[in-house]
Write a protein that binds this ligand. Structure first.
Ligand code: R5P
Length: 304
């Protein structure tokens, strides 16, 4: 009897490094999807089929972190539908960063609720989704946004907490807004950090108002922890307020290093010292590797 083919990790060339780390940690082969861009911008993909059978294994995994997501969503559509035609019966998406999770209601009449639209789009392509700290605010479970058979949600909060405990003595952990309370609670519970959460009102893409909670920041090594930094304005304003309140230092730890445009400079201009992130999105601030936890999650999905 022919042994069943091992599931393979498929990836695009710009994510070769994280895909190979994931594949190695999970003990799986990894193969690149070839991508050709036509002069008019359209894409052609070629999946790495078995040379003899012209097919893919029954189980396949696609690694795609969904920062800069718009074109990647078309890639996922082309890749997933083609994988099915080539014999894949169970397809797992490993998306260390999941895009479009923040727009979870129509804040104004007529707005697209992107979380639901993109979530259902992904659910139509994949059987399982593994991700890290998706921005779930008004819902509790990822499958409410992406209704697939299996979802696994990992968190960067605990490994970031371990890093903070190594780098700062008796850190005071602060969340910049109410949504960060979930990650602050996880990180604080792990090392018994003092902690508090600010309140934030967003007035625009780069304009937020923040109020510090009742806390004594005087002389403390504060670490601001959040799921993501995009423009950096949220964390920059929180850092300024904490330094004004007497903090000895303010560092930043985030799961997702989106850091759009001048975000990093804005943080440093506000007085932020170190910036640490997980490698869910490749960035110079990456200080915590997620390949191990992602590989364990993947093995558990493939076992079921
Ligand atoms: C939203 O609540 C998120 O957790 C972040 O706080 C937010 O996306 C940060 O955005 P920005 O860096 O653009 O202020």
């Amino acid at each position: 009897m022919t042994p069943p083919e091992a599931p393979c990790v498929l990836y695009f060339d710009d994510e070769a490094a994280p895909a190979l780390r994931l594949a190695q940690a999970a003990g799986l082969p990894a193969q690149a999807i070839e991508r050709h861009r036509f002069p008019d911008g359209e894409l052609k993909l070629r999946l790495p089929v078995n040379e003899t059978t012209g097919r893919l294994p029954r189980h396949a995994v696609l690694l795609r972190s969904l920062h800069q997501p718009n074109e990647k969503l078309v890639e996922l559509l082309l890749a997933a539908r083609t994988a099915r035609q080539l014999g894949v019966q169970h397809l797992t998406l490993v998306a260390p960063y999941l895009a479009y999770m923040r727009q979870d209601i129509a804040f104004h009449p007529g707005e697209a609720v992107s979380q639901q639209v993109v979530g259902r789009f992904l659910a139509g392509l994949f059987d399982a989704v593994i991700t890290v700290d998706p921005h779930l605010h008004r819902i509790d479970r990822l499958e409410q946004a992406i209704p697939v058979q299996q979802t696994v949600v990992l968190s960067g909060a605990e490994p970031l907490a371990d890093l903070i405990a190594q780098r700062r003595t008796n850190a005071l952990l602060v969340g910049p807004d109410g949504e960060s309370a979930q990650w602050i609670a996880q990180a604080a519970a792990r090392h018994g950090f003092d902690h508090a959460v600010c309140t934030k009102v967003r007035h625009g893409d780069r304009h937020v108002a923040i109020e510090l909670p009742a806390l004594d920041a005087l002389g403390r090594a504060v670490v601001l922890l959040d799921d993501m930094a995009s423009t950096g304005r949220t964390l920059a304003l929180a850092a300024r307020l904490l330094l004004q309140a007497g903090a000895a230092s303010v560092d930043v730890a985030v799961t997702h290093a989106l850091f759009a445009g001048d975000a990093l400079q804005v943080l440093h201009d506000a007085g932020v010292g170190e910036v640490w992130s997980t490698d869910c999105i490749p960035h110079p601030s990456n200080a915590v590797a997620m390949a191990g936890p992602l590989a364990s999650a993947l093995q558990s999905v493939l076992r079921t």
